[in-house]
Design a binder for this molecule. Structure first.
Ligand code: AMP
Ligand code: GLY
Length: 421
């Protein structure tokens, strides 16, 4: 079959790499892709937020199956357009993508489903929001309702920070995304990510992970898109997974069915776990990046079978063949990230790297310039490896990192520290 993947990050490179291992894939196109993806698949220029354009491209290229990587095309309704055109697609329609696109929507669904999450209130004006913060006190969490590229959440340790966040949001710092604000109870505990496929009815867990959002060693400094991840997450014991499925995921999926907008696609369940009890932090309606790199490393060729079963409504017949393995992804970013950074540095050594089912350098932000691979983003590479133990996966991932020569880049040296300690 002919497959189209939408997106251009390390997540999509990992998806492409896994899909290509499956003999059911005859031809793969990634739009827009990146220079690393171009080494393994055809990349095409396409406005992936324009559903009409994606449908037309799919028809012209005889695409049988579309995998949507990022949230923006999902929130824009691209999956609906593909389904209307009779093209198989992995990803929720616009209505179900609200689980990521609106924090208030998710909180309402959780309340209706009885899913444990932080106590919350919503505001569309600053004064009542400020009064609520003064009443509740800090620590407290202030969130822009809409999509804000991962930047719309302020975990305020003191009242002044929370009040300032409210003012910034209503002053338009996050544009329309901040026209409505959700204020939440601060939850203590350990964070973990849980990934499931849902075909509208059946829910199939496909892995757990933990990521490192902060830029600095020991999980300090500003937030980023993610500096590294590993899978599985030790905190996600069988009992915690079972509780998450029973109390959070299944009731949420049932509530989506009840509303007439069943969820079909990848559900990324962000959790806070305290004393073995999971509570929902957030949903995303797609794979995480860099969590996806770890999951694809572990699932390999079967990832395509699972995604097809999801899109076909046949998850009840699917199962994951788990290997007893561990994976880690270490992100290499441009110096200065998540602040301002330079583009255009040549990265040496990439053509001599180990590349097999145990170690792969996924590209997130590279561009080929005069035949040489150059840095072209904040997060640029994701050194990803697996092993029988997390330590083995870690050593292989850092071997990849150390074989790359790029003085303009940096990585964290302590990915996985919580699990390895
Ligand atoms: P989100 O974009 O909703 O994932 O939020 C980003 C990060 O903020 C999360 O990964 C958590 O680390 C933190 N966070 C969000 N909501 C809460 C909460 N209610 N309590 C504690 N931390 C939170
Ligand atoms: N790594 C977190 C995310 O993709 O949202």
């Amino acid at each position: 079959m002919n497959i189209l993947i939408l997106g251009s990050g390390g997540r999509e490179h990992a998806l492409a790499w896994a899909v290509l291992q499956n003999p059911r894939c005859d031809r793969l196109i990634v739009a827009p892709g990146n220079a690393g993806i171009a080494m393994i698949a055809k990349c095409a220029t396409l406005d992936i937020l324009n559903g009409g354009a994606v449908v037309q491209f799919s028809e012209e290229n005889a695409i049988d199956f579309v995998i949507i990587g990022p949230e923006a095309p999902l929130a824009a309704g691209v999956a609906d357009d593909l389904r209307s055109a009779g093209i198989l697609v992995l990803g929720p329609g616009q209505a179900a993508a609200q689980l990521e696109a609106s924090k208030r929507f998710t909180k309402e669904v959780c309340d209706a489903a009885g899913a444990p999450t932080a106590a919350w209130a919503r505001f569309d004006a600053a004064e009542p929001a400020r009064a609520y913060i003064r009443e509740k006190g800090a620590p407290i969490v202030v969130k822009a309702d809409g999509l804000a590229a991962g930047k719309g959440v302020i975990v305020a340790l003191d009242e002044a920070t929370a009040l300032a966040a409210v003012d910034d949001m209503f002053a338009g710092e996050f544009g329309d995304a901040g026209a409505e604000v959700v204020i939440e109870e601060f939850m203590e505990g350990e964070e973990a990510s849980f990934f499931v496929l849902c075909d509208g009815e059946t829910v199939l867990p496909i892995g757990t992970a933990q990521d490192h959002k902060r830029v600095g060693a020991g999980d300090t400094g500003p937030n980023t898109g993610g500096m590294g991840a590993y899978s599985p997450a030790p905190v996600m014991t069988d009992a915690v997974v079972e509780a998450t499925m029973a109390q959070i995921v299944r009731p949420t999926m049932a509530e989506m069915v009840r509303r007439g907008t069943p969820f079909q696609g990848v559900l990324f369940v962000g959790l806070m776990i305290e004393n073995g009890q999971p509570r929902l932090v957030e949903y995303n309606v797609r794979f995480g990046d860099p969590e996806c790199q770890c999951l694809m490393m572990r699932l390999g060729a079967q990832a395509l079978d699972l995604m097809l079963a999801c899109a076909n409504g046949q998850l009840d017949k699917a199962q994951v063949n788990w290997a007893n393995d561990h994976a880690m992804c270490v992100v290499i970013a441009a110096n200065g990230y998540p602040g301002a950074y330079e583009k255009g540095d040549v990265i040496a050594g990439l053509d001599r790297l180990r590349a097999d089912s145990f170690a792969m350098m996924f590209h997130a932000g590279t561009l080929k310039v005069d035949g040489q691979m150059a840095a072209h983003g904040g997060r640029v590479l994701g050194a990803t490896a697996r092993g029988a133990t997390l330590r083995e996966a870690r050593d292989r991932a850092y071997d990849l990192v150390d074989d790359v020569h790029w003085p303009g880049g940096f990585c964290r040296r302590d990915i996985g520290w919580r699990a390895l300690d």
